[in-house]
Design a protein around this ligand. Structure first.
Ligand code: SF4
Ligand code: SF4
Length: 484
């Protein structure tokens, strides 16, 4: 940043709140931290000062990215506003601040860049109760990192309806205005009639209770036909497809049971869906084996305007022998930086803050990585309920319990979804409210502890500044919303 005299540039560009389907990913959404909206008249008395955790990243000669990750996503400010913000390094009484600056003070306080002693952030609980419906245990692929011992077992319509009843019971008891069904497996399209039947049942039952319904199919994308895609569309079911790379990388870790390539089948389904007006959300699992090809895949996705999210490979007891999947830090960081360069050259209008780095969400401050133990039920084909899909073989309760969510919340064994402040290495970390220490299940598998940082910590730390820089450039490119 050079002189402080430039006023030709927008003073403040802030991100829209951009919660996208990434929040679904293959996990559950956490609660978030929010600041209240402020009108000038609500500034009142008291003192205003620069956020104590404000951080800065240069973007151009005239602008820099600024953020206070304890409360919000990064914004872009010009030199003039940057200087004004810094004039609040020493607390100032509101009554002494010149009235021309009040709009700026109000907006920057909403964004967490300034703090007012009478305005405190609050925790906003997720308002969606999420259920992973494991409608089949069979699959037509044999992915190296699959967390399942595949069988022919499938959920019946009777169990599926009872699962929806249980979900709605808990939703009513805990005052959730919305539920979300994730039709999963295995490959859920292998039990496709049940998807439609349960969606219809859930639509009727949720409407009778005044509860909003969201639904998504988590598919490997190899077998969805045109009629199935049309039926999903007509029923209001979203689609998420897993795709880990172009031919070489996808086929290195996701093949058919007979070893045949899956890339062409998946890309055909994606094209078929787009031709019908459905935009599938693409979930990309990055491993040591696929990181080098990530840039090519990202170019392919951006060319087709497909939303996507990156997730890191999680080792399970079934994948331990595939050493090539391990998250070699150098390979992952280099592969992701190459992918970020492709994104920089083709910046999309939508924000990628919630989807670029594994379980991190840089679009909003939060204290837990996911909703495990809080708003997430994983229901197996017999109606047994686990805390997390990675622990589906370790059920805690069943759909026949009066309030399954209460049982899941009260359960102290198994996966522990701690606050980031309870993870000893994360407490003092500058990224803690976006990172929250990573997936608890993966941390426990790697370290035998829940109260410590993610095994991917060094990867995260190397990539967060890059992700912020991308968001800053994206805000500059599209320029909205400009605040001043
Ligand atoms: S895992 Fe690492 S980057 Fe994430 S909050 Fe903990 S210390 Fe920070
Ligand atoms: S514990 Fe890990 S795998 Fe389970 S829902 Fe949370 S982030 Fe996903």
């Amino acid at each position: 940043m050079n002189k402080l005299s430039l006023i030709d540039w927008p003073a403040l560009i802030a991100p829209n709140q951009v919660k996208q389907l990434q929040d679904d990913c293959d996990c559950a959404c956490p609660s978030t931290t929010v600041l209240p909206e402020l009108s000038f008249s609500r500034l009142g008395e008291g003192e205003v000062q620069l956020a104590s955790d404000l951080q800065t990243l240069p973007l151009t000669d005239h602008q820099c990215g600024v953020w206070a990750s304890s409360t919000n996503a990064p914004c872009v400010v010009n030199q003039s506003l940057y200087a004004i913000l810094n004039s609040f390094a020493t607390p100032q009484l509101i009554s002494k601040v010149t009235p021309e600056l009040w709009p700026m003070v109000a907006r920057c306080t909403e964004l967490g860049l300034l703090t007012l002693d009478q305005v405190k952030p609050s925790v906003q609980k997720s308002d969606v109760l999420v259920a992973w419906l494991h409608i089949t245990n069979s699959c037509n692929l044999r992915c190296k990192y699959c967390y399942l011992a595949k069988t022919e077992e499938a959920m019946t319509a009777e169990v599926g309806r009872a699962a929806i009843d249980a979900l709605l019971r808990s939703a009513e008891l805990h005052h959730y205005p919305a539920i979300k069904l994730k039709f999963a497996g295995g490959e859920p399209s292998l039990n496709f009639p049940l998807i439609l039947e349960l969606q219809e049942y859930a639509t009727t039952q949720a409407a009778q209770r005044g509860i909003r319904l969201e639904s998504v199919v988590l598919s490997n994308g190899v077998g969805l036909t045109k009629p199935q895609l049309l039926q999903m569309q007509a029923s209001g079911i979203e689609l998420m497809i897993s795709l880990d790379g172009m031919e070489k990388e996808q086929d290195a870790q996701r093949t058919f049971a007979n070893g045949a390539s899956s890339f062409r089948a998946v890309s055909n389904t994606i094209e078929r869906a787009q031709a019908l007006g459905t935009t599938p959300y693409i979930s990309v699992t990055i491993s040591g084996q696929t990181a080098a090809g990530l840039a090519d895949l990202v170019g392919w996705l951006l060319e087709r305007d497909l939303p996507f999210s990156f997730n890191f490979y999680r080792e399970s007891k079934y994948s331990t022998n595939y050493k090539e999947l391990e998250l070699d830090e150098t390979k992952i960081i280099n592969g992701m930086k190459a992918a970020f360069r492709v994104i920089e050259a083709n910046l999309p209008p939508r924000s990628l803050l919630g989807s670029l780095i594994d379980r991190s969400d840089l679009s909003v401050a939060h204290h837990k990585t996911c909703g495990v133990g809080e708003n997430y039920l994983v229901i197996d084909p017999q109606g047994q309920i686990a805390k997390c899909h990675m622990e589906i073989e370790r059920p805690i309760t069943t759909i026949y319990t009066a309030d399954p969510l209460a049982v899941i919340r009260a359960e102290t064994s198994g996966i522990q979804n701690l606050l980031v402040e309870e993870k000893e290495d994360c407490r003092a970390c500058q990224w803690k409210h976006w990172c929250t220490g990573g997936c608890s299940w993966a941390t426990f598998r790697a370290t035998g502890r829940y109260d410590t940082k993610s095994p991917n910590c060094q990867i995260y730390k190397a990539l967060y500044p890059e992700a912020i820089r991308l968001e800053g450039l994206r805000l500059l490119r599209y320029g909205l919303p400009q605040i001043f």
